[in-house]
Design a binder for this molecule. Structure first.
Ligand SMILES: [Ca+2]
Ligand SMILES: [Ca+2]
Length: 603
């Protein structure tokens, strides 16, 4: 009998009364298990048929003190033991903050941001994994690099960092972190668990927050479970026999045009769709290669809930971004959120539902029971708005399309918590889209930072970083490596054009911070047409008018304001941009410069 791995590697007293330990090793067919603390009971055990795994369910009595739990295992043939350190919890007051409308999130791919520790660029057990000249290899960025640049991010004006997954991966092309081979280890290129704890602690000292990228839907194709699962039904299917999440159902199902594939997410929110119709999405292997966890299995559920609690409790992180949210049956999310919120009652989660239609995305948010299932999800990235921002600014769609997306806010229980964004690690850089320009990029920032919700920005866009589709949209932040000739982390190092975009965004972030109406104010449409969209953000204390003109020509607008919250205004003051305004008899006249967004304070 040999125990080679203990998951979770440690736990806490006073956290959860039940813990399921998964042991890996050899000959683990234990018939008896017993621990050294009388207040900790072994409730049951279950070994895999090949003896490579043993599940041990423990009950930790309320009177248990911190210390190292030692549990002895035996069978007729042999014996072994494993240890589970049980720590006291750290004070919770300064941890697990969640987000509110005053926050602005900034997405970082840790391998591509800043190299704080060149000694981990190519760990001993990962030869030939580091090569900055290859877009699909590790470049050397790490957790220490992010920690060293917290002052840059604080000064820029964002409050929250979302890091793409930091879990251990295997091959060089998994620099992005989405191919986990160990759900309890930090990838050695990025640092250690200790580095992650320090990053969260330092961020909290600066009153910043850290979000962890959780991927309960799948593990990496090289995870040892794939060839040797702990249970026969640990995954949906096997390496040899599984379905592909993209396998389309019959194209003509909803009467779509023939060339258009049926949309799997639409089926997921169709109350009339059978399990059979939804299985491709929820049980298929993502891209046909990522092993899909059997999230219906209660043992898998407990493993995944404990894993999320472990990272949260270990680091004090502030919430989770949840990858591929739609690809898991909704009933799993009920159990997963309930498990997390038993420990962290206000736990904040953001789901990735990559879809342009708010009638689809909204159905995944918690707090609604259209199919009698409470997903528990706090909020979502606003993908529909992302599609529209690009269509409006880059592809000649009328500016009124922005209002068209926002009118669907009635479908969301908490629209003010949605995360508007125009860019992330899966989408071509805005600056490199056909027809883009620095002026258009600035407008994308300006809308993201003034519309309702909690904005999410993507590293490097603030200096107009170029890049095509994945992986070219994940280039290194210039200046993050000592040898970089060009350092965009400092004002002196930035080119004049980089500096122009950086200061434009920094000013907007400051104005957003100083004006609660841009955070929590009710949003009212005042006018919209092909090239302009004018809206109001209103709180009891202030009213701000925001005016976009996306066309290359100046625009003059005459907006009747009777029967609007702007009725009776007499004065305007410019906070941002160069629009001019005058008011006569309940008509607001606005002159908007070409390709501009302006913010006016009115009263
Ligand atoms: Ca490094
Ligand atoms: Ca799935």
């Amino acid at each position: 009998m040999l125990v080679s791995k203990v998951e979770p590697p440690n736990w806490w007293v006073g956290l959860t009364p039940d813990v399921m330990v998964l042991l890996s090793g050899q000959h683990l067919e234990a018939t008896h298990a017993e621990c050294n603390l009388p207040s900790v009971k072994v409730m049951r055990t279950q070994s895999s048929a090949d003896g490579h795994y043993l599940f041990v369910w423990l009950k930790i009595g309320a009177d248990t003190r911190s210390g190292t739990l030692v549990c002895r295992l035996s069978s007729t043939a042999s014996a072994a033991q494993f240890e589970l350190p049980l720590a006291a919890r750290k004070p919770t007051a300064s941890r697990f903050h969640g987000l509110d409308v005053s926050d602005v999130m900034y997405l970082i791919m840790p391998d591509r941001f800043a190299n704080g520790d060149p000694t981990n660029d190519e760990p001993a057990d990962r030869p030939n994994s580091h090569d900055r000249s290859k877009p699909r290899a590790y470049h050397g960025g790490d957790l220490r690099g992010i920690r060293e640049h917290l002052p840059y991010l604080k000064d820029f004006g964002v409050t929250t960092l979302w890091l793409t997954p930091i879990l251990k991966n295997t091959t060089p092309d998994e620099y992005h972190g989405y191919g986990a081979v160990d759900l309890y280890a930090v990838d050695p290129h990025l640092g250690t668990v200790d580095d992650y704890q320090q990053l969260v602690a330092d961020a909290h000292k600066l009153r910043m927050k850290i979000f962890f990228d959780a991927v309960p839907n799948h593990v990496g194709p090289h995870h040892p479970w794939v060839d040797d699962p702990p249970l026969p039904d640990w995954f949906h299917g096997t390496k040899q026999h599984h379905i592909d999440s993209y396998t389309p159902v019959k194209d003509s199902f909803y009467g779509m045009p023939e060339q258009q594939q049926n949309d799997l997410f639409e089926l997921l929110v169709d109350p009339h769709a059978t399990e059979r119709l939804k299985r491709n999405s929820t049980e298929g292997w993502f891209f046909g290669i990522l092993p899909d966890m059997n999230t219906e299995n209660p043992v898998v559920q407990q493993y995944l809930i404990q894993n999320a609690i472990w990272w949260t409790e270990t680091s004090g992180l502030d919430g989770l971004r949840v990858d591929t949210f739609a690809y898991i049956d909704r009933r799993f999310w009920t159990a997963w959120h309930a498990g997390l919120r038993k420990v962290y009652p206000n736990f904040f989660t953001i789901g990735e539902v990559y879809h342009p239609d708010p009638s689809v995305t909204s159905r995944f948010e918690g707090g609604q029971l259209w199919d009698r299932v409470e997903t528990g999800l706090t909020t979502l990235f606003d993908f529909p708005l992302q599609f529209v921002l690009r269509d409006v600014l880059l592809h000649d769609a009328p500016a009124g399309r922005i209002a068209d997306v926002l009118r669907h806010d009635s479908l969301y229980p908490r629209p003010n918590l949605l995360l508007p964004f125009f860019s992330n690690h899966d989408i071509k850089r805005f600056a490199s889209e056909a027809g883009s320009s620095p002026a258009k990029l600035r407008l994308a920032f300006a809308l993201t930072l003034t519309l309702r919700g909690i904005p999410q920005l993507y590293y490097g866009d603030e200096i107009g970083m170029p890049g095509g589709g994945d992986p070219d949209n994940r280039r290194d932040f210039p200046g993050g490596w000592k040898e970089d000739p060009h350092n965009a982390f400092t004002a002196e190092g930035r080119t004049p054009e980089e500096q122009a975009t950086f200061s434009y965004v920094q000013s907007l972030l400051r104005i957003r911070r100083e004006h609660p109406a841009l955070q929590s104010g009710t949003l009212w449409h005042l006018s919209s047409d092909a090239s302009s969209y004018v809206f109001l953000r209103e709180t009891e204390e202030e009213r701000l008018l925001v005016a976009l003109n996306k066309s290359a020509k100046p625009v003059e607008l005459h907006i009747p304001v009777a029967d609007t919250p702007a009725k009776g205004i007499s004065v305007t003051a410019r906070l941002f941009g160069d629009a001019t305004a005058s008011i006569a008899r309940n008509e607001l006249t606005l002159t908007l410069p070409p390709e501009s967004l302006s913010i006016l304070s009115i009263n």
